[in-house]
Design a protein. Structure first.
Length: 558
């Protein structure tokens, strides 16, 4: 039992203690995204944590959209968030919830704050409020409007609600004090004016509650027991508790905010604002571009829900921020696909090979293993014929001693097929190799030596008469700098990787892939893991590279 306790993260320790001492009979967590962009890998960690806690302790987890800023929100984002959560394998309790569900109650509480002298209408601009907030070592300056009467504040608040004032003309502030060392506790803004259509409430409201006022109250209304959030909200927790203190009924569940370290990945940006900039300015194709760290981008690239959940588990839950090597994410998908991906042969840069001693017009079916890691996946038949394609890089005319692939006069093994020897190299008028004439050993069928002789190299191939054409998109990391948004003097876009996408047309794939559907996953033998793109069709087959067979990035970029 002691060993089990040691393996618990600090949030689990808190939950187990709360359950043990009877503070809660059942835990209730929530995942509260803002519908102002697509979710990214950092959100995936939070999703796995919140929903995972609910599953582990037989509790419940809400999906609640923090939809308090209609200017930046869209139904498209709501739909994409729901899709991402379900794809990761989680389901929320009952219907999805929205902060806007509670706008009426939040407004009523705000009126009570005013009546109790705990909130006032401030006419200062956002710039003036910021300037008078002070510094962590110097108290703020009270607003000249702080001591308005309750009656005047109520009148102004109702007129704000009724649309009599312009955006930014007035705000409602809580009387939390101006001398706290915590800047968030210096007369926090509760409501601001935004004349904007809301995706759920339409034009009912032109005043909208701030996050700090909304969040804890929404948790309270839903009976959330443990409000788990990232470390940037640690300094917000006193304000979270202050607002709850004003409305808390001891007969109801009081939520507790707990902070954990957010997921930071190197070679990546996690700001939704910066990701939106990449989309809007055309640096990537869309939110689900396979180079993006969004969940939808990872899905399109070929990542599996299991790989992301396993990655989140490997990263763990910490109390202090750190940066995780993106190689761990890539390792997680390699590890998962190695166990389950269908193996096929694909030639990305074809070089024609003619087996001159193989009968013309003849072909045969050779047995190939679908996945050596899972014998239950069985085998498939691969067509073999006189004319083949191999990779250009698998032939070298003047090869060094340790080049164990095809060269003139040398013998190599064709995977699952035969030993072949290159006898003649044919070039075009520019001196480029365009064809190899080879002979094969009929007794080496299946790639087995008939007389015990050793062949060091094994290469993949496809039959020219049976291969299907495909476009292959080679995706790499989007940035060349480990911390692209960590340079104050340099725009993060300056570190975009110019080679993050290479499009190869005229690739040759074995016919097994002809019926492949979008998001089907394969290992191209010797080349890496690939996924059928969502835009792929039977007439235009497109594969995205998910990840290479091993991490070559570190070596390339030393």
């Amino acid at each position: 039992m002691e060993d089990e306790k040691k393996s618990l993260n600090f949030i689990e320790q808190i939950i187990e203690e709360d359950l043990k001492n009877g503070k809660h009979k059942q835990i209730y967590t929530r995942f509260p995204p803002e519908p102002n962009g697509y979710l990214h890998i950092g959100h995936a960690k939070s999703i796995c944590l919140n929903f995972g806690l609910g599953e582990k302790y037989n509790g419940k987890t809400n999906l609640r959209f923090d939809d308090t800023n209609p200017v930046k929100e869209d139904v498209e984002y709501v739909d994409s968030i729901m899709e991402d959560i379900k794809w990761l394998g989680f389901n929320w309790e009952n219907e999805a919830k929205y902060a806007s569900d509670y706008f009426d109650q939040l407004f009523e509480w705000a009126v009570e704050f005013i009546k109790q002298g705990k909130a006032y209408i401030d006419d200062q601009t956002a710039e003036e409020i910021s300037a008078t907030r002070g510094t962590p070592t110097r108290p703020g300056i009270e607003s000249p409007y702080r001591n308005r009467s309750v009656e005047e504040n109520l009148d102004l608040f109702m007129r704000m609600k009724n649309g009599e004032f312009a955006d930014g003309q007035k705000v409602l502030r809580a009387k939390t004090g101006m001398d706290s060392p915590n800047m968030h506790l210096r007369d926090a803004v509760m409501y601001r004016i935004k004349h904007a259509n809301h995706h759920r409430t339409g034009d009912k409201w032109c005043i909208y509650p701030m996050y700090d006022y909304t969040h804890g109250q929404s948790d309270y209304l839903e009976g959330i027991t443990h409000s788990v959030c990232t470390l940037e909200f640690e300094n917000h927790r006193p304000l979270y508790d202050w607002f709850l203190d004003q409305i808390y009924d001891s007969s109801k569940t009081r939520p507790r905010q707990i902070e954990f370290a957010r997921l930071n990945l190197n070679y990546t940006v996690m700001s939704k604002r910066k990701l939106l900039e990449l989309v809007e300015k055309g640096f990537v194709k869309s939110w689900d571009d396979p180079r993006m760290p969004t969940i939808s981008g990872l899905r399109r690239r070929g990542y599996t829900p299991e790989s992301i959940r396993n990655f989140a588990e490997k990263v763990g839950i910490a109390k202090r921020d750190n940066v995780i090597d993106v190689a761990l994410l890539e390792y997680s998908i390699r590890e998962d696909l190695n166990k389950k991906a269908q193996r096929i042969m694909a030639v990305l840069e074809p070089l024609k090979v003619v087996i001159t001693n193989y009968p013309e017009g003849q072909s045969e079916e050779l047995e190939a293993i679908n996945n050596p890691e899972d014998e239950n996946m069985g085998t498939r038949n691969v067509p073999f014929s006189r004319e083949l394609f191999i990779e250009k890089e698998d032939f070298m005319e003047n090869a060094p001693k340790k080049f164990f692939r095809l060269t003139q006069g040398a013998e190599v093994r064709l995977r699952y097929a035969y030993f072949i020897t290159c006898n003649e190299v044919i070039k075009d008028e520019n001196g480029e190799v365009i064809q190899l004439n080879c002979t094969y050993d009929p007794l080496s069928k299946g790639g087995k030596s008939p007389d015990g002789r050793k062949v060091m190299g094994t290469i993949h191939w496809v039959s020219a008469n049976h291969a299907i054409d495909a476009e292959v998109e080679l995706y790499d990391r989007l940035f060349i700098d480990e911390a692209p948004d960590g340079h104050k003097e340099t725009d993060f876009k300056e570190f975009l990787n110019p080679d993050s996408l290479q499009v190869l047309k005229g690739c040759k794939i074995e016919p097994f892939a002809k019926s492949a559907k979008p998001l089907d996953k394969f290992q191209f033998e010797r080349k890496g893991y690939f996924c059928v793109d969502t835009d792929s069709t039977s007439e235009n087959l497109i594969f995205n590279r998910t990840v290479g067979l091993k991490d070559s990035w570190t070596k390339q970029n030393k």
